[in-house]
Design a protein around this ligand. Structure first.
Ligand code: ATR
Length: 264
């Protein structure tokens, strides 16, 4: 999506994917800085470690406690070229942009069942709480993690009702932030004895490949509005593009590139 966007804007830039061992993350960031890269994206398992490896954190990275985007920028006033690395988080905002864009959801006052309390689930829970959802139900295989996220929300967002476990009533949104669904023989990420999909108005799966997970297929059949995680991938990328280039991201071009390359 980035290379398509560079081409659309006539920028002679390139986006490259490199696999980096966690032990070498510091050296990789230094290497990119030394080679004059404009910036980096980081993904699993680098997003937390990078908090300590950059020179400064944007408020987005401080607030959400993870770095998925780095911008290298000139710093210093003594005339000597010094390039500092600034860490940003574009994942958290992308959750809201995707839910609004793809599901036309009003999050303020909504009731949400969130599956998963790993890195993505925790960020989603905090971001939804910041949007002032009315009620959050948190379900995770390892219950202690759901409880820890619930405690964090109670502390930071006391007006949001947060309950570990399944809801008894209907919800506006069911959001899957677990990795269940990535593999073709994965079971559903929810326990149908505790929650039936016709009790959710909309279902969002953060997984984007396959385009329709078993969860989304079951949700569509149950009459829910559905969307996969492509929109989140798109919006975190578009924001990173704007951070690096200072230009407005061509969203349609980027979306088309993603659809062609991921689902095409
Ligand atoms: P990410 O950064 O994508 O969130 P993660 O932090 O490893 O990755 O989180 C993965 C999520 O998927 C967690 O909620 C995890 O549940 P646990 O916290 O109990 O590990 C969930 N998950 C992964 N495999 C699972 C499985 N086989 N059954 C149920 N949940 C699973």
């Amino acid at each position: 999506m980035h290379n398509a966007a560079f081409a659309a804007l006539g920028l002679n830039w390139r986006y490259l994917a490199c696999e980096v061992h966690p032990d070498h993350l510091r050296a990789a960031i230094e290497g990119a800085r030394a080679m004059g890269f404009a910036g980096l994206n980081l993904t699993v398992p680098h997003k937390l470690v990078a908090l300590d490896l950059v020179d400064a954190l944007d408020k987005s990275a401080r607030k959400w406690g993870a770095v998925n985007t780095i911008r290298f920028e000139p710093a210093g006033v003594d005339g000597r070229a010094r390039i500092r690395a600034v860490g940003f988080n574009t994942d958290a905002g992308a959750i809201v942009a995707a839910l609004r864009g793809d599901l036309k959801l009003e999050l303020r006052g909504a009731k949400v069942l969130l599956l998963g309390a790993g890195g993505a689930g925790r960020t989603a829970a905090l971001r939804l709480a910041a949007e002032k959802v009315a009620e959050l139900f948190l379900v995770n295989r390892t219950q202690s993690k759901a409880k820890a996220v619930a405690a964090e929300i109670k502390k930071q967002f006391p007006s949001v009702r947060v309950t570990p476990g399944y809801p008894a009533a209907n919800v506006d949104l069911l959001l899957n932030a677990t990795s269940l669904g990535l593999q073709p023989d994965d079971r559903l990420p929810l326990d149908k004895r505790h929650f039936s999909l016709n009790r959710a108005r909309a279902v969002y799966d953060m997984i984007y490949r396959p385009a329709e997970t078993a969860l989304l297929q079951a949700a569509r059949k149950a009459g829910c509005r559905t969307a996969n995680g492509l929109g989140m991938l798109l919006h975190q990328g578009a924001k990173a593009f704007e951070i690096w280039t200072g230009k407005h991201a061509p969203l349609d071009v980027m979306r088309r590139a993603l659809e062609e390359n991921i689902h095409g």
